[in-house]
Design a protein around this ligand. Structure first.
Ligand SMILES: *Cc1c(COP(=O)(O)O)cnc(C)c1O
Ligand SMILES: [Zn+2]
Length: 409
């Protein structure tokens, strides 16, 4: 059986098509490219039965992934993260069913590993030797480590105040790492110039078409884990929006294959921070594209993206599914992060906490009803962000007894 049913690349803006057999970046019109599969043919030969014997990682869906020769598969075991029920939190929020898709346990500690695994594998297959990218931290960590796994070189540029651990991950992987005293958009400009001058393979968000394919496996897994059903609502902390675009694409493809019903799509929710909410602003104004968000600032670093190149695809997904976009403050997300640890024992990342805070908010407005089944993406591990937790712990002297003093946070 054919390993991948990859057919070609196409532009969602001007419909131009491109060959997938050579490296491609943006369309000549400036839009990101999307991957197309021969779903009619695949439908004839593939069914959920085939998955039963496969390994519990994202490569179980290889027919629907772009890698054509499994020799180039670059894997650290990513994918098939648990879909965890949250009984205490769901009662607290008064939602019928609340699940967390927990990406915190994936290699490199964030769901960025999915995009890196598929993107690096495909780059290797295309003969790439050295890749380059700007990052807010987690993507750089994932891509540089997966590049090492594939014996490829990487050049990474990140803001000086990106989470330190991600800096260490890149450095330890042997990447050519640079810090920029600015935002990810500043890092992006520097990388773009280097790509132009030295011909590095540009893997900036959506400037290569395969990262989306890795991230879309979150959507495939949610459907499989719910027995080829979809929930009513999926909330996703949105920066570049790749994960949300990917989940939408995955569910559309499953509908085409007839694996899930064509009558039901979850309402997709893009969650942002109040300090950087260009998608929310565009959605509120009914726009199809966002505007650059000036002086963006949030402790949820992964969603600090002032202008996403795929913003129109994110907004399309929201309009198409009758979803919405919502912003929460850093204070709200930190409170939620604490609450989740106390109620459910999960140390989620600030971005994931933002999505939970948004669920609470939308439930309060009755946009999420008490009858809904809701899935929240926790996109990374809380332990990657030790500095977001501020605590004061009583210090005892040897021989002291435990007093009524309590840890304050
Ligand atoms: C990158 C990142 C996001 C945002 O992902 P996009 O798909 O680019 O919107 C959310 N959470 C974490 C932890 C991230 O690293
Ligand atoms: Zn185009």
């Amino acid at each position: 059986m054919t390993y991948s049913y990859l057919s070609h690349l196409y532009c969602p803006k001007c419909q131009e098509t491109y060959k997938a057999s050579e490296p491609q970046h943006l369309c000549t019109c400036g839009s990101p490219l999307l991957v197309s599969y021969d779903l009619d043919k695949l439908k004839e030969v593939w069914s959920p039965e085939h998955l039963k014997e496969r390994t519990p990682d994202l490569w179980r869906y290889h027919e629907l992934l772009p890698l054509q020769d499994p020799t180039y598969k670059t894997s650290l075991g990513e994918g098939m993260s648990p879909l965890i029920p949250l009984p205490t939190l769901q009662t607290d929020m008064n939602i019928r069913k609340l699940h967390m898709k927990d990406e915190g346990i994936i290699p490199t500690g964030s769901f960025k590993a999915r995009g890196a695994a598929v993107g690096v594998s495909k780059a290797k297959e295309l003969g790439v030797k050295e890749l380059a990218m700007p990052t807010n931290g987690n993507a750089g960590a994932a891509w540089s480590l997966y590049a090492s796994r594939a014996s490829m070189e990487s050049t990474i540029v990140m803001p000086v105040d990106a989470p330190k651990i991600t800096r260490n991950e890149c450095a330890l992987s042997g990447a050519n790492l640079f810090l920029v005293d600015g935002l990810i958009s500043d890092a992006g400009k520097i990388v773009a110039e280097a790509v132009e001058k030295s011909g590095l393979y540009d893997v900036s968000t959506l400037k290569e078409p395969y990262r989306i394919e890795g991230k879309k496996t979150m959507g495939l897994e949610i459907a499989e884990q719910l027995g080829w059903n979809v929930p009513d609502v999926i909330l996703y902390p949105t920066g570049g929006g790749v994960g949300l675009i990917g989940i939408h694409k995955a569910l559309k493809e499953l509908q085409e294959l007839g694996w899930i019903s064509k009558d039901r799509m979850p309402r997709l929710v893009a969650v942002q921070s109040k300090g950087c909410a260009p998608i929310v602003e565009a959605w509120q104004q009914g726009q199809r594209e966002s505007s650059f968000w000036k002086n963006s600032e949030t402790i949820a670093f992964g969603i600090n993206v002032p202008k996403a190149i795929g913003d129109f695809l994110v907004l399309d997904a929201l309009y198409d599914t009758h979803g919405c976009a919502v912003a929460v403050s850093d204070y709200e997300l930190l409170e939620e992060q604490k609450g989740i640890a106390q109620k459910e024992g999960a140390f989620v990342c600030p971005e994931g906490a933002a999505a939970f805070a948004a669920a609470r908010k939308l439930r309060a407005e009755n946009w999420i009803t008490a009858e809904d089944e809701v899935v929240v993406l926790n996109t990374g591990a809380g332990i990657k962000y030790p500095d977001t937790v501020h605590i004061e712990i009583p210090v005892l002297q040897p021989g002291d007894s435990l007093q009524t003093k309590k840890t304050i946070r």
